[in-house]
Design a binder for this molecule. Structure first.
Ligand code: HSE
Length: 306
């Protein structure tokens, strides 16, 4: 195999209570990339459409993760990468993770799969670090593994795949403003009160149990973040209005998607997700802030070959 086209999905990180550890994969939004084996050594980004991103592989998220993998393999050939960027950078749905994952996933396939998914996550984290100034895997892991994932540890890297309830749907509203992950991380406190930590780990534990037991009520009760959301929600216009609206229209819960500005909500069934999306549409249109809304089933497959 010399060339491969892939779909690299958007993802929701944190999932309310699981800052930097929990994430899930979306299926209706993602980037496409073409990766090609070339005689010329090194990584060469030859085409980028959609957004204005650097062609220099050392400055491009997909390039940095690709270089990390290439350094490990040291082949006597190289790779060309074309990026058809659909996920807006700084949108909060794992734009940089999709790029970082796409190049290494495709290279691994072309090379005959020398690396497992955890090892690919490790290479992709190098790209993510370029964008967010921190090596975290809560967007990368769900993009590679699909469904819900929990990053048990970053060093050494240990990813747990969690079950996905059958009829779980996400609605994402993306107000068209940009929040840089590095900045959204910089405003977070270095220490948190013990009582907040207790609430948070209780919610993470019960959320994981809810996924295992297909318990939508428990899932709903667990989607609370007392650690990060109180700080970051101030960066997102009308966050409280969105929360109030989605809960009133039957969503199980909602939170900031990754570092924002996107806001995710989860619903039991497509019909309820549609109601939620419609309600957000009706409310947010009055704010005069441009926005996009996506409805997506949780994508249990993750990144795929097209
Ligand atoms: N866990 C990360 C954060 C996700 O919230 O900062 C965004 O990269």
């Amino acid at each position: 195999m010399k060339e491969l086209k892939i779909f690299s999905p958007a993802t929701v990180a944190n999932v309310s209570c699981g800052f930097d550890v929990l994430g899930f994969c979306l299926d209706s939004i993602g980037d496409e990339m073409v990766v090609r084996k070339t005689d010329k050594k090194g990584i060469h980004i030859t085409k980028i459409t959609g957004y204005d991103l650097p062609f220099d592989p050392e400055k491009n998220v997909a390039g940095v993760s690709a270089l990390a993998l290439l350094k490990d393999v040291q082949p006597d050939f190289g790779f060309e990468i074309e990026i058809y960027k659909k996920i807006k950078p700084g949108s909060g749905v794992g734009s940089s993770a999709a790029s970082a994952v796409g190049s290494v996933f495709a290279m691994n396939e072309i090379l005959g799969r020398p690396y497992n998914r955890t090892e690919l996550t490790n290479f992709a984290m190098k790209g993510e670090a370029l964008a967010s100034k921190s090596e975290h895997a809560d967007n990368i892991a769900p993009a590679i593994f699909g469904g819900f994932t929990l990053v048990k540890s970053v060093a050494p890297l240990d990813i747990l795949q969690l079950p996905t309830p059958n009829d779980l749907w996400a609605v994402i509203i993306h107000p068209q403003i940009e929040i840089k992950t590095a900045e959204a991380r910089a405003i977070l406190p270095k220490n948190i009160p013990l009582k907040d930590a207790i609430t948070q780990w209780s919610n993470v534990g019960s959320l994981v149990h809810a996924l295992h037991s297909n318990d939508y009520d428990l899932l709903s009760k667990s989607l609370t973040d007392v650690v990060v959301e109180p700080h970051r929600s101030k960066l997102i216009p009308h966050f409280d209005l969105i929360r109030e609206t989605v809960l009133k229209h039957g969503a199980l819960g909602c939170g900031i998607s990754g570092s924002g500005p996107s806001i995710f909500s989860l619903s039991h069934g497509h019909k309820k997700a549609q109601n939620v999306a419609e309600a957000i549409q009706n409310v947010f249109v009055k704010t005069n802030i441009p926005f996009e809304i996506y409805i997506s089933k949780i994508n249990t497959q993750g990144i795929k070959i097209l």
